[in-house]
Design a protein around this ligand. Structure first.
Ligand code: AMP
Ligand code: GLY
Length: 425
């Protein structure tokens, strides 16, 4: 198999690494990719939002599977164009990607499918927002309806702040607050059948203890020792399958990754959000412990044949991912800072440096974005993997580097959930 991975981030680097470990995969291509991927893949240039260009590249290199990493090309319909060109493509088409592209649409599908989630109201006027805030109560959760790169959600006990956020958006979803540790499950879907990967937990805020602004994610780990053993199967049954059935009923079957973000509440798992792609950085630890072939799984999903391949398998150990971000993240980022030390980890067993916002400047590796790289380590358990990940972080440096010291330090969603309230009394 010759896969082509579309994207530039840590998620795409992790996908390329896991694909390269699949014995049925020959050469891996990435476009545009990043310098870290050059060890396992051939890089090509492409405008990832241009479906015709992606399809043409796939044809030119003879790719038999295109894997689209980020949400923007999926929401723009790139997967449809690639499929129409006759190349198998892992990722939902434009209409199915609306599960991430519009929070109101996702809520409508969840309601029709009977999926357990927060009660919600979709609002377009200030009066509707005020009424929904009063109905659903504090802490207030207000979400911009469209794609907002992680900046669209405000959780606050301050009614004025909730109203102000809504006033800056065209259409918002106001929701009931879900109390409990957050986790994510990636369901690999082929339109009618789904397979769950092992659950992971992502640390979304910039500072230790879950403080400071939200980010794309500062670290993650798997498995979750505090979650019920059946949680992945429970979510497949109660969330993913009903959602697939509802999407198929609407004539827009969902094939690709249904990323289910959940809170484990006193009443069981409740959906916080859907995304239509793998998470970043939560994909990194999950793929690090995947022992079954990824290419075979994604190809089966892309071609409607998930029933015919064995379910994904995972090792007994754990994996921990710690993100190093550049100065100024998450409000901005710093480019061109020289990164040293990654080469010292190349032969380190159980440790992988996964690049995200890196670039080359002559012989130097430099920062080129907010989240610069992650160190992902595997170990016998979470504590062991965590120790190795932080040893790796200690070997790497660049001016202004930021990272959290408490990734996977304890069964943490509990702490993050509590801090949302602690910070905004
Ligand atoms: P989202 O973009 O929907 O993932 O929301 C970003 C973050 O806001 C989530 O990771 C949660 O921490 C928080 N959040 C969103 N919706 C809720 C909710 N209904 N209850 C509690 N927290 C929420
Ligand atoms: N890590 C959260 C996300 O990928 O949406």
């Amino acid at each position: 198999m010759r896969p082509l991975v579309i994207g530039t981030g840590g998620r795409e680097h992790a996908l390329a690494l896991a694909l390269s470990r699949d014995p049925s995969v020959g050469e891996v291509y990435v476009a545009p990719g990043n310098p870290g991927m050059e060890a396992v893949a051939t890089r090509r240039e492409v405008d990832i939002l241009d479906g015709d260009a992606v399809a043409a590249l796939a044809r030119e290199i003879g790719a038999d599977l295109v894997v689209i990493g980020p949400e923007a090309p999926l929401v723009a319909g790139v997967a449809d164009v690639v499929r129409d060109a006759g190349v198998a493509c892992y990722g939902p088409g434009r209409e199915a990607a609306m599960l991430e592209g519009s929070k109101a649409f996702a809520k409508d599908v969840m309601a029709a499918a009977g999926v357990p989630t927060a009660r919600a109201r979709t609002c377009t006027t200030a009066d509707e927002v005020a009424a929904a805030l009063d109905e659903l109560g504090s802490p207030y959760v207000v979400k911009d309806d469209g794609l907002a790169a992680g900046k669209g959600v405000v959780v606050t006990a301050d009614r004025d702040e909730a109203l102000a956020h809504a006033a800056g958006c065209e259409r918002v979803v106001v929701e009931e607050f879900l109390d409990g540790p957050e986790f994510s499950i990636f369901a690999v879907c082929d339109g009618s059948t789904a397979r769950a990967l092992q659950p992971a937990q992502d640390f979304k805020r910039i500072f230790d203890g879950g403080r400071g602004p939200n980010t794309g994610g500062m670290g993650a780990y798997t498995p979750l020792p505090w979650a019920p053993e059946t949680v992945a199967q429970d979510v497949l049954r109660d969330v993913v399958q009903p959602t697939l059935d509802e999407m198929a009923r609407r004539g827009t079957p969902f094939a690709g990754t249904l990323y289910v973000g959940l809170a484990l509440t006193g009443d069981g798992p409740r959906v916080i959000e859907f995304n239509c792609r793998f998470g970043d950085p939560d994909t990194q630890p999950v793929l690090a412990v995947l022992t079954s072939p990824l290419g075979e799984l994604l190809f089966a999903a892309a071609t409607g044949g998930l029933d015919g391949v064995p379910p994904p398998e995972f090792g007994d150990g754990a994996a921990v991912t710690v993100v190093m971000a550049s100065a100024g993240y998450p409000e901005g980022s710093s480019k061109g800072d020289v990164i040293v030390g990654t080469e010292t980890l190349v032969d380190e067993p159980d440790v992988e440096v996964i690049h995200a916002g890196t670039a080359r400047d002559g012989d130097a590796l430099v920062t080129a974005g907010g989240r610069v790289l992650t160190v992902t380590a595997t170990g016998d358990d979470v504590a062991d993997a965590r120790a190795k990940a932080y040893e790796g972080i200690a070997a790497i440096s660049f001016p202004g580097a930021q990272w959290r010291r408490d990734i996977a330090a304890e069964p943490l969603g509990v702490v993050e959930g509590a801090v949302v309230q602690e910070e905004r009394p």
